[in-house]
Design a binder for this molecule. Structure first.
Ligand code: FA5
Length: 337
């Protein structure tokens, strides 16, 4: 039995075969177990001799089984390691690192600039009431100037805000007509404009509002001049053109010289050499009093600018749609800008 078992163990190719051998010799119905079971039938004298021999055989088989089992496990492990071997000399896969969107960067840059001049950053809802988007800004129902901003209406009273100016009215309300206000408000706005190189139906604006005693038009001009110089460099020119907004009086629009791609055929300024980036003016007395501020005591200025147009100017982007079509090749260029 021993010779036969050891030979079979020697030939076993895997742990499954080894297990089968174990069962065949040492299992409940195994051949060695049978010998031990038959001990009762043999004579008293032979019993210890056979018993000792059977035990020795069992020990020999068990020891060889264990030894072989260890060997097979080692072989299996080596095979697995060989299969899973990693070539540490291969170059790694580069990790793609994202970056903030150019527009996010511009908005943050503008925020920093105004925070540096003492403005607080505030936010307001994109779904706005007719009251705050229009009425509180001196645009009663039926006012022809409502046509200046083609509106996405949700219901009769609710709309997608067409500008960030409703946050002016909301902030002044919150400040009780008592405290001075000096805030900017960045956010998304929506208009039924036809998309082209400089117009988008959804874009961003940054609103500015400064209300206090003795705020004048020259404060507005000074702040805008500092903003333009810091944003675009001292060589950029600005011009203020008289304009009209129902919520400011007098009103202006500010243009910046279009140097990056100026000249004929330029899609940013259509060859005029100037691009309009913001509207501004002195807060209309009606707007102040509707928000609870006495226009005899308080005055203020407000402005609203389009960061897309600013980014286009600063980085020579010639189509506003580039910001929204998510072409990664376009966006990547500005990761380190
Ligand atoms: C307004 O929206 C006024 N609320 C701005 C304002 C605020 C005036 C406070 C006075 C006091 P306007 O419609 O001109 O004004 O838009 C302001 C700026 O948003 C524009 O100068 C331009 O830079 C940008 N803009 C306007 N329409 C679009 C558009 N369709 N796509 C991209 N940018 C736009």
């Amino acid at each position: 039995i021993q010779t036969e078992a050891l030979e079979k163990i020697g030939q076993a190719a895997d742990t499954k075969e080894l297990q089968e051998i174990k069962v065949a010799y040492l299992g409940k119905k195994g051949s060695l177990t049978n010998v031990l079971r038959g001990m009762g039938k043999i004579s008293k004298e032979e019993r210890p001799v056979i018993g000792e021999m059977a035990n020795k055989v069992r020990e020999a088989i068990t020891a060889t089984l264990n030894e072989k089992s260890e060997k097979l496990e080692l072989v299996a492990l080596e095979k697995q390691l060989e299969k899973e071997a990693i070539d540490v000399t291969l170059p790694g896969r580069p990790i793609k690192v994202g970056g903030p969107h150019l527009l996010t960067k511009i908005v943050e840059e503008i925020e920093d600039l105004f925070i540096g001049m003492g403005f607080e950053v505030r936010e307001g809802p994109e779904v706005e009431t007719d009251y705050y988007n229009f009425e509180a800004l001196n645009l009663p129902k039926g006012h022809p100037a409502r046509d200046m901003q083609d509106t996405f209406y949700l219901t009769n009273e609710l709309l997608m805000r067409t500008h960030t100016s409703p946050v002016q009215a909301r902030t002044m309300r919150e400040f009780d007509g008592q405290k001075p206000v000096k805030m900017i408000c960045p956010g998304k706005v929506y208009r039924r404009d036809t998309d082209d190189a400089t117009h988008s139906h959804q874009f961003t604006q940054i609103e500015g509002l400064y209300v206090d005693k003795n705020v004048t038009m020259s404060d507005l001009k000074g702040i805008l001049d500092v903003f333009a110089k810091k944003m675009f460099g001292a060589d950029r020119e600005i011009r203020l053109r008289p304009s009209f907004f129902p919520f400011t009086e007098p009103s202006v629009e500010m243009d910046i010289s279009c140097k990056v791609c100026g000249g004929e055929g330029c899609s940013v300024c259509k060859g005029t050499g100037w691009i309009e980036i913001l509207g501004a003016g002195m807060v209309h007395p009606n707007v102040l009093s509707m928000a609870g501020y006495d226009p005899e005591v308080y005055t203020g200025f407000a402005f609203g600018m389009g960061p897309e147009r600013i980014a286009m100017l600063k980085y020579g982007v010639n189509d506003i749609r580039q910001f929204y079509t998510n072409d990664i090749r376009f966006l990547k260029q500005y990761h380190n800008a």
